[in-house]
Design a protein around this ligand. Sequence first.
Ligand SMILES: [Zn+2]
Length: 251
Amino acid sequence: MKLNGTSSNTQSNGTPLNGTHKNSYALNGYHDELVDELGDAHGASSLETPMRADAFAMDDALKIDLIEEHFREIMTILGLDLTDDSLNGSPRRVAKMYVNEVFSGLNPANKPKATLFDNKFRYNEMLVEKDITVQTYCEHHFVPIIGKAHVAYISSGKVIGLSKLNRIVEYFCKRPQVQERLTMQIAGELKRVLETDDVAVIIDAKHLCVSTRGIRDTHSSTITSSYGGKFEEESTRQELLRYVTQPGVTI
Ligand SMILES: [Zn+2]
């Protein structure tokens, strides 16, 4: 049950419970206050999700086994009794949820294949898919970010199946994220598959790390946007914003 390198002193049952352990941030010259501040600033360090070179050296089954083991350790350190029937299965449930569900978008093998079709109708206006569900995880606090995305493009001669737009949003959501990077990753992928810069992405989302901890603001939401190509023109952008802000259909 011991995590390698995380404890300088363990009790006889192998569970580290001492207060003398220095964490890796402290060893790197960071202190808790700065770590909190960097997290609450919600800044992203790069457009690409920072990944290790050996990210996929382990298969998913081994990742689940290891995360289960380590999450069991976290719960034990918190003082929870893992022999309780209600808690006993939690470490494995969390591990499977991380690998198979909420963080499955870390693996490029899970990226949706986008089939393009010829734009036979010669529909040259913008196509907007609005109110796409956004459910992702803040990479600074590992709690959900929940909201909606509006994506739009103007065809360069090819069109994409509507549900593929949802799937591309969903794929990039299934990673630890910051909202700015999520917005730009979706826009980048749409530009790549649609072979056009005429792509716009707007995301409006609530961060549970803002509403349930820290400042505990339950009302605010965060809006990010990426406007490419023709969407940089004021009139095109205004047209998009009109569509996005008008009430949705109810059926
Ligand atoms: Zn956060």
